[in-house]
Design a protein around this ligand. Structure first.
Ligand SMILES: [Mg+2]
Length: 458
């Protein structure tokens, strides 16, 4: 690797997922070596003039276009390609299994996969990649493509399918990011969201369902109720029993504000489902409760100063928002987009600044999360790793029984941290969340089988 290449690669690491890049690279080899175009089809008007057989023989005589340049139709390319891709997927499955065995022995760094992809995360379940590839191929015809190789998104989606297949029999806790996972950026759960019935189906399958969001409104149930109003209205309209509502939670500010769900009666006597704040002492571990207000504010001061400096240096038209456990910048004019590169610059520079600050400090470091939220940059106290771990402890769910669904899995995103504590699904918008849930829900066990959805045919 030349030094220029290495520098370029390292500086772009925050835009890549090393495992997906690795699988993509493997699939590229058979694509390059074997994916030939289909034999041309003759134009009907010409073939009626002189007949197909004449044209074929004429064609075979063209010296610079021999037939071996094309795929023989009696050996359909899709099947040959599919076999090669499946072989690769099975080999990666084997590598993942070896990595899991070494990780169980406490030496994940001895695995072949770790040697090739040093930043590879933990795998809490096996991943049936070959079966997932067959499923993805049925939907997206990946192996039939001659000019477009398997893409980053093809592989991201098939990893999701493999994870869904593997975790379905044992999953007991499923957590969702909010923005861009359940609803569009900065929006709320609408009454018409197709995700509502899917979340209720998960609860009917006895799963605990939690929204783990960066949105931080300290102890303010009404604000969170507003963000998920459509979902809560559906809970009310469907008259869900207490038993089911007990399985739904909202954890805001990454890991800082936990709410449970229950029936409430308003002053006018109207009953509706709402959220109730849970005091931190009831669920937060001692290390979290020990974070001092003074230390939190000092960390946020350093972050704020750096964010302001970044915004000024890049001439961003951005405002600063300071909360009790977060600080961030967002576009001053609503609807204006800040370029992704500028957002990433703010994130990486603030991450670096805060790590340096904590290294110089003798106090125990407070975990933080500096992330690109899509059109803003925030530094939150705590992170979603702590958020998921808090829920796992509070609800008694093991990493192999926990699934987090989110859209920010690059290293500048805030869902990324969850990978070390649970299984994950990387989606890019609410429609993809709907797709993965439509794959998952038919595979779950239901106390009442009449609630089991039928799989959607591809
Ligand atoms: Mg998000």
């Amino acid at each position: 690797m030349t030094s220029a290449y290495r520098i370029n690669y390292q500086l772009r690491a925050h835009k890549r997922d090393p495992l997906i890049e690795f699988i993509k690279g493997l699939l590229l080899t058979p694509f390059i070596l074997h994916s030939k175009p289909r034999k041309p089809v003759f134009e009907p008007e010409r073939s009626t003039l002189i007949g197909d057989s004449d044209l074929e023989s004429l064609y075979e005589e063209i010296p610079d276009r021999p037939n071996i340049d094309y795929q023989e139709e009696d050996e359909p390319l899709m099947d040959a390609n599919l076999n090669r891709y499946l072989e690769i997927m099975k080999s990666v499955e084997v590598m993942i299994e070896e990595h899991r065995r070494k990780a169980k022995k406490g030496v994940p760094e001895h695995s072949r996969l770790h040697r090739i992809v040093p930043s590879v995360a933990s795998f809490f379940t096996p991943l049936p990649l070959a079966a997932a590839f067959l499923d993805a191929n049925a939907k997206h015809s990946i192996a039939a493509r001659r000019f477009v190789p398997p893409s980053f998104n093809d592989i991201r989606r098939l990893l999701n399918t493999a994870q869904v297949m593997a975790i379905a029999p044992t999953v007991s806790l499923i957590t969702f990011d909010g923005d861009m996972t359940l609803y569009d950026d900065g929006m709320s759960f609408s009454d018409s969201s197709p995700l509502i019935s899917l979340l209720i189906t998960l609860m009917r399958a006895n799963l605990r369902v939690a929204i783990v969001t960066a949105a931080g409104y300290p102890g303010d149930a009404a604000k969170y109720e507003e963000r998920i109003a459509g979902l809560l209205r559906a809970f009310t309209d469907q008259n869900l029993p207490d038993e089911m509502l007990k399985r739904f939670f909202v954890l805001g500010g990454e890991c800082n504000y936990l709410f449970h769900c229950e029936w409430k009666t308003s002053e006018s006597g109207k009953r509706a489902v709402g959220l109730t704040y849970i005091q931190p002492e009831a669920y937060q571990p001692a290390e979290m409760l020990a974070w001092s207000q003074g230390d939190i504010q000092e960390l946020l001061d350093v972050a704020e100063e750096n964010l302001r400096r970044c915004a000024k240096a890049m001439n961003l038209k951005a405002s600063v928002l300071r909360k009790s456990r977060a600080v961030g910048i967002y576009p001053t004019v609503p609807g204006v987009k800040i370029a992704r590169e500028q957002l990433d610059e703010c994130v990486l520079s603030t991450q670096q600044r805060l790590l340096e600050y904590q290294q110089r400090n003798t106090k125990p470091p407070i975990p933080f999360c500096a992330f690109n939220g899509g059109n803003d940059v925030f530094v939150d106290i705590g992170n979603k790793l702590i958020g998921v771990q808090v829920l796992q402890r509070y609800l008694g769910a093991a990493p192999e029984a926990t699934l987090h669904v989110g859209d920010q899995f690059l290293s500048t995103g805030n869902d990324f941290a969850t990978r070390s504590s649970c299984c994950t699904l990387w989606i890019v918008n609410p429609e993809e969340t709907q797709n993965v849930l439509m794959e998952l829900t038919p595979l779950l066990k239901y106390p009442d089988e009449s609630f089991k959805p039928t799989p959607v045919e591809s």
